[in-house]
Design a protein. Structure first.
Length: 109
């Protein structure tokens, strides 16, 4: 269950950050409300996942996957360019998430 909470925390963080971009610095009401709601839900779900998952591991997954997903959404949805160094850096983040999940002995099973 903690990884389900963490998965949804990441999803809501991505929704919140996408809405933050769409809010145009909180000048558009609906995206602003979506942003605040999504971040609140994300933090609640992250807190629930921390009951079992160590904080360093949970935050690394939450932040790392959030970065990669937001970069992809920025590239695909908002048409923001990503160059080769950006793709390499994002690949390294994904690699780090994989290493944490596959090789870390501190993760609950």
């Amino acid at each position: 269950m903690p990884y389900l909470y963490l998965t949804f925390a990441i999803a809501f963080e991505v929704i919140g950050t996408s809405a933050l971009k769409a809010s145009d610095s909180f000048t558009r009401l609906l995206p602003s409300l979506v942003c605040v709601f999504a971040y609140a839900v994300s933090f609640l779900l992250l807190a629930l996942s921390l009951r079992t998952i160590p904080v360093g591991i949970a935050y690394a997954l939450w932040a790392g996957l959030g970065i990669v997903l937001i970069a992809a959404i920025g590239w695909l949805w908002f048409k923001e360019p990503l160059d080769l160094p950006a793709f390499i850096g994002l690949s390294l983040i994904v690699g780090g998430v994989v290493v944490v999940n596959v090789f870390s002995r501190v993760l609950p099973h």
